[in-house]
Design a protein around this ligand. Structure first.
Ligand code: DON
Length: 583
């Protein structure tokens, strides 16, 4: 079958136990909803330039906290840690101390490194832990219960990054966030709307409703919002470092809440949690160096695999968001996301063939299976993935010396498990939902039932987070990343293509409409008004199934002006409160 990925499957059979992969010619039936209204994009849409340092994050408070650390002589790692704590106060949907994430660093001399502070499964986890009392898989247990909570990693990750590369005192990095939580801050428009949405879903958890509302009533925009319990927890972290979270009262409060709600995390799970420094994924694309996150994120591996495939095509000649460029980009996504489903997992628990997946030779093989004019096949699918809201958060930091830090961290869903630890004031993640649901459960909804990413004691769940740095000829070029679940890798890919192939200024590259294909479901999802009617028809004629979606990703990026050396901060206007702050 021309354009089928079947050949690609057989080439890789040496590497894997096969996932069922049936062949169905996509009909191109339209699921096109022109009337669909996306979430308003009301955030900062213009670039911000600075001479020295720059922080771009989901809130102005957090970007300012980071920039002040830079001004005080801190480096980009210091600023990233301070920004991360400030987001835990000012962007509670995703900023966190009860979740986890990844940090990619490039030093001014070109060295690179990464930190993994992904959540992990508690010791009592098993691959069958998401089954209900009847032995049926339960989406509720998997995504929306105390069992959905993974052992948090953020505080350990920040502490390790600080101990390894920080320059300012730890106290200086946490203190601004203690003050923000204790003294409060005026609620921004985006956060006000977000809290209204959140408290309606927190009913089962009185401590959560208490933390995010006035006795159940939503806050209004501009009101001062204080978080005294969170302030106390942050103060412990400020004074005791990681032990202020993983031991003593905070650990006891987490374990008590777990026991109360049927969760699995114990004080022992918390005490033994470790963050790791890891070797980043290093790829190249048209002469640029691509530095990104290795497993347990799939992000860097899959990003480089897609870029390697696309390097063989003249996307610029095809044009931005034309049927030809979207077709080729979609076919690269289809192949890489299939590999994601088959191979990617915590490297301590699975043999992930990273070298092969990120090699130019493998990409050349995959290109041979791409028909220039015809969509390939995926498993039979007409159904969209459950909506993945962009409730992770990415931020970018560059300091005056040119040290760059790219951070994406998350609670998984917006406000994570929605469970605030009573007395401690912070939200717990629902990251266990990133484990595969059950061995063998691969279906048209996008459930993946492959072996490597099943829940096992201590295993880290597979992520799509893709904090990435670009460099060229030894010089820093850009810091990029995004939230958005499985769409993350594709959003980052498209910002990179926009900059390199389509030569867009960074703000334009961030603002441009995006698309998503993830092997399953077999649909190309395009942001509203992202492509013309004739482009859509062209893609349908090739056999692609097109869907309009709301917004995709919140890519808060920084680019270096290659002539002046200025830092150009580009907050994503899809994020109402996102801001670039430089000095
Ligand atoms: O680690 C991951 O890839 C996800 N837990 C990120 C979640 C996210 O971006 C929010 N949207 N679904």
């Amino acid at each position: 079958m021309p354009g089928s990925v079947a050949r690609h499957v057989s080439r890789l059979s040496i590497l894997t136990a096969a996932i069922p992969f049936s062949i169905l010619l996509v009909t191109g039936t339209t699921v096109w909803k022109p009337g669909y209204t996306p979430v308003a994009a009301t955030g900062q849409a213009a670039e911000v330039r600075s001479q020295h340092g720059m922080v771009v994050s989901a809130t102005e408070h957090a970007s300012r906290v980071g920039t002040e650390v830079l001004k005080a002589g801190g480096n980009a790692v210091d600023a990233a840690i301070a920004t991360g704590f400030a987001l835990a106060v000012t962007h509670p949907a995703a900023g966190n101390i009860g979740g986890g994430g990844f940090m990619v660093i490039r030093f001014p001399d070109g060295r690179v490194t990464a930190f993994d502070y992904r959540e992990k499964a508690p010791l009592a986890a098993t691959p069958r832990m998401f089954l209900d009392e009847n032995g049926e898989y339960s989406s509720r247990i998997h995504h929306n219960s105390h069992k959905a909570v993974g052992v948090p990693g953020t505080v350990a990750g920040f502490a390790l990054a600080h101990q390894t590369y920080g320059t300012l005192g730890w106290h200086r990095l946490v203190e601004p966030s203690v003050a923000l939580a204790r003294d409060g801050f005026a609620l921004m428009p985006g956060l006000t709307r977000s809290l209204q949405y959140a408290i309606a879903r927190m009913e089962p958890y009185p401590a959560s409703v208490a933390a995010f509302s006035k006795n159940g009533e939503p806050y209004a925009e501009g009101e001062i919002w204080k978080q005294p319990d969170l302030a106390r927890t942050l103060e412990k972290i400020m004074l005791e470092g990681r032990d202020g979270f993983y031991k003593g009262e905070t650990a006891r409060l987490i374990a008590e809440e777990m026991r109360r709600g049927g969760g699995l995390i114990t004080e022992e799970d918390l005490a033994i949690y470790r963050a790791y420094e890891r070797e980043p994924i290093k790829g190249t694309y048209r002469g640029y160096d691509v530095i990104s996150m290795p497993p347990p994120s799939s992000g860097g591996t899959i990003l480089v695999e897609m870029l390697n495939i696309l390097e063989g095509y003249d996307l610029r000649a095809m044009g931005h968001n034309t049927s030809a460029s979207i077709h080729h980009i979609t076919e690269a996504m289809r192949r890489a996301y299939l590999d994601r489903a088959r191979f990617l997992a915590d490297p301590s628990y699975a043999d992930v063939p990273v070298e092969r997946l990120t090699s130019k030779e493998y990409a050349a093989e995959l290109r041979q299976s791409i028909d220039q004019n015809r969509a390939s096949v995926s498993d039979p699918v007409d159904i969209e993935l459950p909506h993945e809201s962009p409730q992770t958060t990415h931020y970018s930091v560059v300091d005056a010396d040119g040290m760059a830090v790219s951070v994406t961290y998350t609670l998984e869903a917006g406000y994570g498990s929605k469970i605030v630890v009573p007395g401690a004031g912070f939200l717990l993640n629902n990251e266990m939902g990133d484990f595969n649901p059950l061995r063998g459960l691969t279906d048209t909804l996008g459930h993946i039932g492959s072996e490597p990413n099943l829940a096992r004691p201590g295993q880290r769940m597979l992520s799509s987070m893709t904090p990435t740095i670009l460099a060229k000829d030894g010089q820093l070029v850009a810091v990029v990343g995004s939230p958005g679940g499985r769409t993350i890798i594709n959003s980052v890919l498209q910002v990179i293509l926009n900059v390199i192939d389509f030569e867009m200024p960074i703000q334009e590259a961030v603002n441009a409409k995006r698309l998503h294909h993830a092997w399953l479901p077999n649909t190309v999802r395009v942001e509203e008004d992202g492509i013309s009617e004739s482009t859509k028809q062209g893609l349908e004629a090739m056999g692609h199934r097109m869907i309009v979606r709301g917004r995709q990703g919140l890519t808060h990026c920084i680019m270096i002006d290659s002539v002046t050396g200025e830092r150009i901060g580009a907050a994503d206007p899809r994020d109402a409160d996102g801001r670039a702050v430089g000095y």
